[in-house]
Design a protein. Structure first.
Length: 253
């Protein structure tokens, strides 16, 4: 009996190991012919500086596009204190070094941000937060921000952000944006052209792909107006459309 128990444990360990390896090396592609909840988790949790409750109904897939909308609440009862609705998705799968790409078009408004980013598995009480971002700033559709967030100890966060002028209006057409994550550096690409590289605080954990669209809460984040512009309800709804999301490991790039 001990031999069988030991064999079962070994097989389980091998299965877990193979699953982890698969999450780091397999390719990923979703062209959003539907909202595939076998691939994605719906983001339902908000965060302190987000003025939105994150809701499934704000995330819609149709005509081979994923559309995420930010809008004001239209119900008289507000139990959360947040006055707006937004949405987002996160892959069930976690990935490591490779090229992460998205093709999207913005129709975002001041006071909002749309994004394509990578984040590790962490809890609010856990300081081990690692994140790589592409964020579109609602105040100016020709600007995109590339950011690395990295906690080195409880309460100690290092953040490196670079605002890049795209040279075009991201609301006029679909464009391809990529993060190339290597052990020694991270580079950001626009329409397959490298535009920025960062070598500091490169994450080591496997990361989940996320997309979302939300509005800044300027009471919780007074600097939000400077960052994103002033949110005005009469300018909503705001939305972002994604044509596809793709990951390729470095070996198959």
């Amino acid at each position: 009996m001990k031999i069988y128990a030991f064999t079962g444990a070994v097989l389980l360990a091998i299965l877990i190991y193979c699953t982890l390896i698969l999450s780091d090396t397999s390719t990923f592609l979703d062209d959003f012919t539907s909202l595939d909840e076998n691939l994605w988790d719906i983001q339902i949790h908000s965060f302190d500086i987000n003025a939105c409750d994150m809701k499934k109904e704000m995330v819609q897939a149709s005509n081979s596009k994923l559309k995420i909308t930010v809008d004001r609440k239209h119900t008289p009862v507000n139990l959360t204190g947040k006055n707006f609705l937004g949405g987002g998705l996160g892959t069930k799968q976690y990935f490591k070094y490779g090229r992460f790409s998205v093709r999207l078009k913005n129709s975002i408004q001041p006071g909002t941000v749309s994004s394509f980013f990578l984040i590790n598995r962490w809890k609010k009480e856990d300081w081990k937060h690692q994140e790589i971002d592409i964020e579109f700033l609602g105040k100016n559709p020709s600007l995109v921000q590339f950011t690395i967030h990295h906690y080195t100890a409880p309460g100690k966060k290092e953040e490196y952000a670079h605002v890049h002028d795209l040279g075009f209006d991201s609301t006029e057409d679909f464009h391809e944006y990529s993060i190339e994550w290597r052990p020694e550096e991270i580079s950001w690409w626009v329409d397959r052209q490298k535009v920025y590289t960062e070598t500091r605080m490169v994450p080591r954990d496997s990361l989940q792909i996320r997309v979302n669209h939300w509005a800044i809460d300027t009471l919780a984040a007074p600097w939000g107006t400077t960052w994103l512009g002033r949110l005005r309800s009469e300018h909503l709804p705001s939305h972002v459309e994604y044509e596809w999301v793709r990951y390729k490991p470095l070996s198959s790039k």
